[in-house]
Write a protein that binds this ligand. Sequence first.
Ligand code: AMP
Length: 282
Amino acid sequence: MQTAYTKDELRAFLAPMRGRRIVFVPTMGALHEGHATLMRQARSLAGEQGVVVSSIFLNPVQFDNAGDLAAYPQTPEADLEICRTCGVDVVFMPTPDVMYCADRSMVMEENHLSTVLCGASRPGHFAGVCLVVSKLFNLVQPTDAIFGKKDYQQLAILRRMVRDLDIPVQLHGAEIVREADGLALSSRNVRLLPQHRAAAPQICRSLRAAAAAYAAGSAVESVRESVVSALSAIDGVRIDYVEIVDAETLHTPVCDNRMALLAVAAWFGEVRLIDNIELVRA
Ligand code: AMP
């Protein structure tokens, strides 16, 4: 496995690979089994002849909260070991100075899907995501890229970006990887206090119960309310949002014949957790 710290090193590695299938998994580091699963999927999609590229870049531009950026865990050595064991061929690990010119002045704004859910409470976040992902796509020029459904809204917005800007890459959505108790794996989980870590699986439990109720025909609002009341009952938890939206447009109304998405964001103490589940009528 190669490590590229500069854009030129990355381009030099990839130059002889053009024409092959290039599968890309962007990350912000502090890698866990969720990321590892995406990388293994990338390896199997790329096959023997293809190339798996991953990036580890804690993108300052997508953080709307300086404290969250400062507290974000960074474990570069362990990250490289995970990439190696998952069959990644090259890891791009730039610093912010390598990634961005000091006087950069381009913005990448999506203005429909980004206005709701996390976009409503994290101004500028998805513009930062679109900026960095479009830069990474231009550098890597992958044939395929894999993103987790854990960040469902991010995946929907990136699909829109690729569609609207005719970026020649095929996006793949990977299922959410969870702890045995249901908590969705996240780099932020290590920051949870013990009492919040103990309560956090309640998110997944309430989502699964809600999905079963939805499948059995319960009304949208009562399904949503069931999650609100389950989470409100936990000490020290503050709900950011609990919403049921169309899984593609991320807006309401929800039609019974289309897939819906139940999405949650909640503060467990100082840590903001997100989770979601797709809803279908049985
Ligand atoms: P991040 O490092 O948090 O930006 O995540 C990098 C990629 O890994 C994104 O596509 C995430 O959606 C994905 N990811 C993070 N956590 C999980 C998880 N628990 N299950 C599946 N994918 C995940």
